[in-house]
Design a protein around this ligand. Structure first.
Ligand SMILES: Cc1ncc(COP(=O)(O)O)c(C=O)c1O
Length: 431
């Protein structure tokens, strides 16, 4: 394989040799999750043992180990992250006519369960450097109906929890972290998912902590834990102490069945054993990539400062930050197209689309109230017009994809870094 880390050569989009000549030669660099023979055997054991997929013994073991790793009192598993968030919101007391402040730039599952509970998500903008909820914007959206703030540690970057907890304390709001992108991320030395009163995460197959399909709820709070059982874990009501909740034994209050398939729990137990070491390697690889690009005009690392004690966890949905003004106004889309021509398949502009502009959160009358649910749930018009959250709305101009390396292989990583540097240094030729 001929490889080129020469950033002065002709751009591949103009006919020059690409920096990464044969991307298909190293699929192992990106393959995820890593599945061992032990993982396979554990899953097979579940399938072969008749009722085991619908049991709870392995899931409860997984929860215990997950809680220990996170340093929380309770972890409770669900079939997916969406349900874990839904239950966390209910367990925290979110209901009819309440408002929950959520970043606009996130996956829909951070916000839509708020709707399902008769409450309304109110969107805050993101910070252009962290891509997480902007604490300064949170305060603009607090009303007498606000009950909670739901930060998302987007792309593994820890949201500014000091500022968020201060705002929450000041206004007596509950914090519910969505940790779906950030299992293992540290904020100033402390695991994210341990700050909020109740927190939740996805473990679906694309995530950095991947079990197939799955979700986890985390809390130190016994009453939240018991409510979370009562809402969706109908077969575990024997774990309840609260007599009021015990009275409903056998019927989940949420009318939903929250039991995780134990094939996924078995996979999760295996993944957890290796997860801290594996994300350390991911961090080494991505930090190497960004160190090579330090000082490149127009692009910035999406990672916390090295001396902050904060990390990027498994660096899910890895992104870079784009600053077109440093590249003569070259659009992020044009930049990405040229990087892809250099052999980097993952380089696309943007991240999640802003939710506050989505029709589901503006026009759709989901429950037949004769008006959009965004109005019906709150009895006032909380819709947020175009232009109201400019950073989220410009996400396709300010962020781009980078390769999600799973192994720290210096030669290959240097080729990928060269692709970005070459295009940035020759941006004038693309304008
Ligand atoms: C930020 C975020 N929250 C919640 C979810 C929902 O999790 P799940 O797909 O496991 O339901 C996802 C992704 O899937 C996500 O990216």
């Amino acid at each position: 394989m001929t490889t080129r880390t020469d950033t002065a050569g002709e751009l591949a989009i103009s006919g020059g040799p690409p920096c990464v000549e044969d991307p298909s030669s190293h699929p192992h660099l990106f393959h995820w999750p890593i599945v061992t023979a032990e993982d396979e055997q554990a899953v097979l054991n579940v399938i072969r043992d008749g009722g085991s997929p619908s049991g709870t013994d392995i899931s409860m073991q997984f929860e215990k180990e997950f809680a220990e790793w996170m340093g929380v009192r309770h972890a409770l598993s669900y079939p997916n992250g969406t349900m874990a968030i839904h239950v966390a919101l209910w367990a925290a007391g979110i209901g009819r006519s309440d408002e929950v402040i959520v970043p606009s730039m996130t996956y829909w599952a951070s916000a839509m369960p708020v709707f399902s509970l008769g409450a309304t998500p109110v969107f805050a903008d993101i910070d252009p450097d962290t891509l997480c909820i902007d604490p300064e914007d949170i305060e603009q959206h607090i009303s007498p109906h606000t009950k909670a703030i739901l930060p998302v540690h987007w792309g593994g970057y820890p949201a500014d929890m000091d500022a968020i907890m201060t705002i929450a304390d000041k206004h007596d709001l509950t914090v519910i972290e969505d940790v779906s992108h950030a299992q293992g991320t540290l904020y100033k030395g402390r695991q994210v998912g341990t700050f909020g009163r109740v927190n939740a995460l996805s473990m679906m197959s694309g995530k950095s902590f991947a079990v197939g399909e799955g979700g986890m709820l985390l809390t130190d709070d016994q009453s939240i834990y018991e409510r979370a059982i009562a809402f969706a874990h109908y077969s575990r009501h024997d774990q309840l102490d609260d007599p009021a909740l015990k009275a409903h034994a056998g019927v989940p209050l949420g009318g939903i069945k929250g039991r995780m398939n134990q094939t996924c729990a078995a996979m999760g137990r295996g993944q957890l054993k290796h997860y801290p070491a594996r994300i350390k390697e991911i961090q080494a690889a991505l930090n190497r990539f960004w160190d090579l690009l330090e000082g490149t005009p127009g692009i910035r690392a999406h990672r916390p400062p090295a001396d902050s004690g904060s990390t990027m966890g498994g660096w899910y949905a890895a992104r870079g930050l784009y600053r077109a003004d440093e590249l003569g106004g070259l659009s992020c889309a044009a930049f990405c197209e040229a990087v892809r021509a250099e052999g980097v398949g993952d380089c696309w502009p943007g991240a999640n689309s802003p939710l506050h502009r989505h029709p589901a959160l503006n026009d759709v009358d989901i429950y037949g109230d004769g008006k959009p649910t965004r109005i019906a749930n709150s009895d006032r018009d909380l819709r947020q017009p175009a232009g109201s959250l400019p950073v989220s709305e410009n996400i396709f101009k300010i962020a781009f994809g980078i390769p999600w390396f799973k192994h720290d292989e210096p030669e290959l990583i240097a080729q990928y870094a060269a692709a970005y540097r070459k295009v940035a240094l020759q941006a004038d030729k693309l304008i």
